[in-house]
Design a protein around this ligand. Structure first.
Ligand SMILES: *Cc1c(COP(=O)(O)O)cnc(C)c1O
Length: 213
């Protein structure tokens, strides 16, 4: 059996031993679609990309043929790219500013397609990272309440440290102050820790597809 498929099966086994509700987003950025194909043929549903243009080139055709595939935008979304992102992406994980919220609200109206959204939290309060800061979250969440957006949860990319557990715990705390259900957190290095701490989506790239060039 193909390596990629084997990796997926193993990861899903590990996760179901902890928490059957955690879904795996196979992060296929930088890999060509022929390389990703075995995972699609295996029936994997959730795939993640971090660039709009690359995703459009790789996934537009495949998605037309196979409407069970769900594509996730996990990277930063510039407001001028929003029009190219719908209906390509079923999920957008990087909502973190008002302008972007407005743009998505407009575009979903035009396209009659509502993507599911995660608000990205800058959980480590790092200058260089995207995401809304913890202090500003509540105000931001209130401000976009009337936008008719389909916000389903929160997403984070924790600081690059050995133990990310405290950040996942912080995310759970913030989530519990809302009525949101989903948590997008955990990558190749820490998806087990994330799943143990209530992640509902983990975003796994290299552990499935190998090291990126
Ligand atoms: C690339 C990427 C991932 C996957 O990273 P791996 O360490 O290869 O699993 C997850 N989330 C985001 C936001 C990414 O950009």
């Amino acid at each position: 059996m193909h390596n990629i498929v084997n990796n997926l099966i193993l990861i899903n086994k590990e996760l179901s031993a902890i928490n059957t509700n955690t879904k795996v987003i196979a992060v296929s950025k930088t890999f060509p679609i022929e390389y990703i194909k075995p995972a699609i043929d295996h029936g994997h549903i959730h795939f993640g990309e971090n660039k709009v243009q690359e995703a459009a080139e790789k996934w537009t055709e495949i998605k037309e043929k196979n409407d069970s595939i769900k594509l996730h935008l996990i990277g930063k979304l510039q407001t001028n790219k929003v029009k190219f992102s719908l209906p390509l992406f079923d999920f957008i994980h990087s909502l973190d500013n008002l302008k972007l919220a407005e743009k998505i609200a407009n575009e979903q109206e035009k396209k009659n397609f509502k993507p599911k959204l995660f608000i990205q939290i800058n959980i480590g309060e790092e200058d260089q990272k995207n995401g809304i800061s913890i202090n500003e979250f509540e105000t931001f969440y209130k401000k976009i309440e009337d936008f008719n957006l389909d916000i389903i949860g929160l997403m984070c990319i924790p600081p690059f440290v050995d133990d990310t557990k405290i950040y996942f715990e912080k995310m759970v705390k913030i989530k519990n102050e809302t009525n949101l259900r989903e948590l997008s957190m955990g990558m190749s290095n820490d998806y087990i820790v994330a799943a143990k701490n209530s992640a509902t989506y983990v975003r796994i790239g290299s552990k499935i597809f190998g090291v990126r060039a």
